[in-house]
Design a protein around this ligand. Structure first.
Ligand SMILES: CCCCCCCC/C=C\CCCC(=O)SCCNC(=O)CCNC(=O)[C@H](O)C(C)(C)COP(=O)(O)OP(=O)(O)OC[C@H]1O[C@@H](n2cnc3c(N)ncnc32)[C@H](O)[C@@H]1OP(=O)(O)O
Ligand SMILES: Cc1cc2nc3c(=O)[nH]c(=O)nc-3n(C[C@H](O)[C@H](O)[C@H](O)COP(=O)(O)OP(=O)(O)OC[C@H]3O[C@@H](n4cnc5c(N)ncnc54)[C@H](O)[C@@H]3O)c2cc1C
Length: 660
C-alpha cells in the first residue's frame, strides 16, 4: 500500500526527468541507481542495528562491510566512479574514505611522477592502506604551526620523523588509529638546521606482515566521538614518532625537492599546492552537503505529508502538517537549498577539474579563486546542512528524535563537516582575505570569475532595486543584482573600515566578524547565480525546468528575507521591497506544495540509504514504528535485567514502609 500515492498524483512534472536533472546526466543517474540498488539488496550492508553496537563490534562490522564492498568492486570489476558510489551508498564512515579520498589524492597532487609510479599502484590495489595525517593535538587550523619535524640527515640520505612535544602528536586523522599501514604525514622540513616550511612525507606506520606498529611509532585510536554509531565506525587516530627514519624519496617532492647533498630546490609550482588535497576534498564536501541535506529533507517532507494534527471538527481527517504555512516556511527553503547545493557542487566540480588540468600543465593563475570558492562553499553549505538536518528533526516532532527516524545518526555523522577539512569560520576568513585583496586591486586588475561583479562596483553602489511588485521579484536580473549589490557594498564598506587601521593585520583581526559576513554574502551570491545559470541549460522533461525555477526563487528570496537586515542596511532595498519579496515567497511555497513529495522522490533514494521509518517511500510509518519498538533489546523480556537487583528492593521497602 502506498500511503503517499495521492501526494504523488498531485505533482505536475516528470519525476523520472527530474531524477536525471538531479543526478547531472542520464549516465550518472544510471550509475548511481545501479550502485544504490546493489547495496540496498545486499544483506551484508544492513545498518538498522548499528546504533546499538559497542565500539569494538561497530568497528569490526565496518571492516566486514568494507571487505565485502572491496570484494564486490573486484568481482564485478567496478570502475573507480562506480566504487565511489558504492561506498557512498554503504553509508558508513570507514578508513577507506580517507585512503581513497585523501591519501591517494595527496600523492596524486603532490608527488613526483616517480613517486606516483611507485605508490599509486600499491594504494589502488589496497596492498597498502593510507591516511592523511596533518592535524595535531595542538594545531589543526594553523597548518604552519604544526610541530612534527622531518629533519634531513645527509649522512644516511634519510629524514628523521619526530614528535618533539605532546602537542605535536598527530590527532584526528581518520583511518590512522587501527587500520592504516601508511600515512601522508605533514611535518616541518628541517635541513641544515633551518626550517623550510611544512611538507608531506609518506611514512610506513605498521608492518605489512602482522600489522604491528613499526619501531619508534606509537599509534592508537583517540576514543569515542559524538552520537551512537555515527562517526564511531571510523578509527580517528593518534600518532607519535620517536626518531623514525624514512628514505629521502618519501618526501612528496612536486613543490620542493631536497637533494642528496641537502640542497632545497623549488620547482615552479607555488607553495600553496601543498594545500591542494584540501581544495579537492572541500569540493567533494560541497557535493556531500547536498546529499546529506536532501536525505534529511526527504525524510521530513514525506513524514510531514503522513503526519496529521488538528483541523478536524467533524471527525474527518485532520490537517497534514505539511499544509501548515509555518511548516512550509521551514521545510521548503531546505528543499530548495538541497537543489541549490547540488547544482553549485556540479559547477564547483567543473571549476576544480579545470584548475586541476591547468595545474598539471603548470598554470597556476586560477588556484586562488579555486581556493576561495572551495573554502567558502564548503563552509556555507556544511553550516546550512548541519542546521538543516536539526531543523528537519524538529519538523518531525517527537518521532524525529527516535533513532529509527534516521535523523539523529545523520546529524551526528554530519556535524563534524563544519569542522573537518577546515573550521567553517577559519575558511570564511580565507574568503574574506581573497575579497579584500580583490577590492584593493580594483584600480589596476580586472576581477574575473566569481568576483567579476566587483568590476561593476561603482554602478552596484549607486543603483537601487527597481522592484515594485511581488511579481517583480520573479526576475533573475532583479534577484542577482540584489545579491551582487549587497555583497559589493558590504565588501567595499569593510575595505573602507580596514583602511582606517595603520596595520592591515590588526584591522583584519578587529573586523573579523564583519569580514565573515562579507564572505557569507559573496558565497550566497555564488550559489544563487549558479542556480540561475543552471536554469539557462537545456533541462528536458515536462515541467522540470519550471519546478526548478520555483525552487531557485525560493532559495534566493528566503535568503533575502533571512538577511534582509543586510539588504536594508546597505540601502539597496526599501522595507517595502523586502516585504514584497516575502509576499512572493509565500506564493512560491504554495507552488512547491503539490510537488513536494515528487521533488524528494526525485532524489531517488532507496529506503536502505535513507535508513528512516519516517521517510519510507510508501509512507507506512505508524505500523513500522510500532513494529520497530518491539525489536529493541529492552523488549526482549517483560521484566528487565536489573529489576530484581535494583528496583524490587526499593519497591519492597515502599510496601514495607506503607505497612508501617
Ligand atoms: C570522494 C572522496 C571524499 C573523501 C573525503 C572523505 C571525507 C572524510 C571526512 C573527513 C576528512 C577530514 C580530513 C581533514 O580534516 S584533513 C585536515 C584539514 N585541515 C584543514 O583544513 C586546516 C585548515 N587550515 C588551512 O587550510 C590553512 O592553514 C589556512 C587556514 C588556509 C592558513 O594557511 P596559512 O597559514 O598558510 O596562511 P595564509 O592565510 O597566509 O595563506 C597563505 C596563502 O596560501 C593561500 N592558501 C591557503 N590555503 C590554500 C589552499 N588550500 N589552496 C590554495 N591556496 C591556499 C592563501 O590564500 C594565501 O594566499 P596569498 O595569495 O594571500 O598569499
Ligand atoms: C571527525 C573529524 C575527522 C577529522 N579527520 C582528519 C583527518 O583525516 N586528517 C587530519 O589531518 N585532520 C582531521 N581532522 C581534524 C580537522 O581537520 C581539524 O579539527 C580542523 O581543521 C579544525 O582545526 P582545530 O581542531 O585546530 O580547530 P581550532 O582551530 O582549534 O578551532 C577552535 C575554535 O577556534 C576558532 N579559530 C581558530 N583559528 C581562528 C582564527 N584564525 N580566527 C578566528 N577564529 C579561529 C575556530 O573558529 C573554532 O571556533 C578531523 C576532525 C574531525 C572532527
Amino acid at each position: 500500500m502506498d500511503y503517499l500515492s495521492d501526494e504523488r498524483k498531485k505533482s505536475d512534472f516528470d519525476v523520472e526527468a527530474m531524477k536525471v536533472a538531479w543526478a547531472g546526466s542520464i549516465q550518472e543517474f544510471q550509475l548511481s541507481d545501479r550502485m544504490a540498488k546493489l547495496v540496498a539488496n545486499d544483506p551484508v550492508f544492513e545498518k538498522f542495528t548499528r546504533p546499538m553496537l559497542g565500539r569494538k563490534e561497530l568497528l569490526k562490522n565496518t571492516l566486514r562491510k568494507s571487505a565485502h564492498a572491496w570484494k564486490l568492486i573486484i568481482d564485478l570489476r567496478l570502475s573507480e566512479e562506480e566504487a565511489k558510489w558504492l561506498r557512498l551508498y554503504v553509508d558508513e564512515p570507514a578508513y577507506t574514505d580517507l585512503h581513497w579520498g585523501m591519501f591517494i589524492p595527496a600523492i596524486e597532487g603532490q608527488g613526483t611522477e616517480e613517486q606516483k609510479k611507485k605508490w599509486l599502484p600499491l594504494a589502488k590495489k589496497m596492498q597498502i592502506i593510507g591516511c592523511y595525517a596533518q592535524t595535531e593535538l595542538g594545531h589543526g587550523s594553523n597548518v604552519q604551526g604544526l610541530e612534527t619535524t622531518a629533519t634531513f640527515d645527509t649522512r644516511t640520505d634519510e629524514f628523521i620523523m619526530h614528535s618533539p612535544t605532546l602537542t605535536s602528536s598527530k590527532w584526528w586523522p581518520g583511518g590512522l588509529g587501527k587500520l592504516s599501514t601508511h600515512a601522508v604525514v605533514y611535518a616541518r622540513l628541517i635541513v641544515g638546521g633551518q626550517f623550510h616550511g611544512v611538507h608531506g612525507f609518506i611514512v610506513q606506520l605498521r608492518s605489512l606482515e602482522d600489522h604491528s606498529p613499526l619501531p619508534g611509532i606509537t599509534v592508537g585510536d583517540i576514543g569515542l566521538k559524538f552520537g551512537n554509531g555515527a562517526y564511531n565506525t571510523m578509527d580517528n587516530g593518534v600518532l607519535r614518532f620517536d626518531h623514525v627514519r624514512i628514505p629521502r624519496n618519501q618526501m612528496l617532492m612536486r613543490v620542493s625537492q631536497v637533494t642528496k647533498e641537502g640542497k632545497i630546490m623549488q620547482s615552479d609550482v607555488p607553495r600553496q599546492l601543498i594545500y591542494g588535497t584540501m581544495v579537492y576534498v572541500r569540493q567533494t564536501i560541497v557535493a556531500d552537503a547536498s546529499k546529506a541535506l536532501s536525505r534529511a529533507v526527504c525524510i521530513a517532507t514525506r513524514y510531514s505529508a503522513v503526519r496529521r494534527q488538528f483541523g478536524s471538527r467533524d471527525g474527518g481527517p485532520e490537517t497534514q502538517v505539511i499544509d501548515y504555512k509555518t511548516q512550509q516556511s521551514r521545510l521548503f527553503p531546505l528543499l530548495a537549498s538541497a537543489y541549490a547545493f547540488r547544482f553549485v557542487s556540479e559547477w564547483l566540480k567543473s571549476l576544480y577539474l579545470d584548475v586541476k588540468q591547468r595545474l598539471e600543465a603548470n598554470e597556476f593563475s586560477t588556484l586562488p579563486e579555486a581556493h576561495a570558492c572551495t573554502a567558502g562553499l564548503k563552509s556555507l553549505t556544511t553550516t546550512a546542512t548541519a542546521d538543516g538536518i536539526e531543523e528537519c528533526r524538529k519538523l518531525c516532532g517527537g518521532h524525529g528524535y527516535l533513532v529509527s527516524s534516521g535523523l539523529p545518526e545523520l546529524f551526528a555523522v554530519y556535524i563534524p563537516a563544519c569542522t573537518y577539512e577546515g573550521d567553517n569560520v577559519v575558511l570564511m576568513l580565507q574568503v574574506a582575505r581573497f575579497l579584500v585583496k580583490t577590492v584593493s586591486e580594483l584600480g589596476h586588475k580586472k576581477p574575473v570569475g566569481t568576483t567579476a561583479y566587483m568590476g561593476r562596483v561603482a554602478s552596484l553602489m549607486q543603483k537601487n532595486s527597481a522592484v515594485q511588485t511581488a511579481e517583480g521579484w520573479l526576475n533573475p536580473g532583479a534577484v542577482v543584482e540584489a545579491f551582487e549589490s549587497r555583497a559589493a557594498r558590504m565588501a567595499v564598506r569593510c575595505a573602507q573600515e580596514l583602511a582606517k587601521f595603520g596595520n592591515p593585520e590588526e584591522g583584519f583581526a578587529e573586523l573579523a566578524v564583519d569580514l565573515v559576513e562579507v564572505a557569507v554574502s559573496h558565497c550566497q551570491l555564488i550559489v544563487v547565480t549558479k542556480f540561475f545559470e543552471k536554469l539557462q541549460q537545456d533541462i528536458p522533461g515536462k515541467g522540470v525546468k519550471e519546478s526548478l525555477e520555483v525552487l531557485c526563487y525560493v532559495y534566493a528570496l528566503f535568503l533575502l528575507h533571512k538577511h534582509q537586515g543586510d539588504f536594508l542596511a546597505t540601502g539597496y532595498l526599501t522595507p517595502k521591497q523586502a516585504s514584497l519579496a516575502n509576499a512572493q515567497l509565500r506564493t512560491l511555497y504554495s507552488k512547491v506544495r503539490p510537488n513536494a513529495i515528487a521533488l524528494v522522490d526525485s532524489f531517488s533514494y532507496t529506503d536502505h540509504y535513507l535508513g528512516s521509518i519516517l521517510g519510507r517511500y510508501d509512507g507506512n510509518v505508524y505500523p513500522k514504528l510500532y513494529e520497530a519498538a518491539w525489536e529493541d533489546p529492552l523488549n526482549d523480556s517483560d521484566v528487565i535485567d536489573g529489576f530484581h537487583q535494583y528496583v524490587q528492593p526499593i519497591l519492597k521497602q515502599r510496601l514495607h514502609s506503607a505497612k508501617l
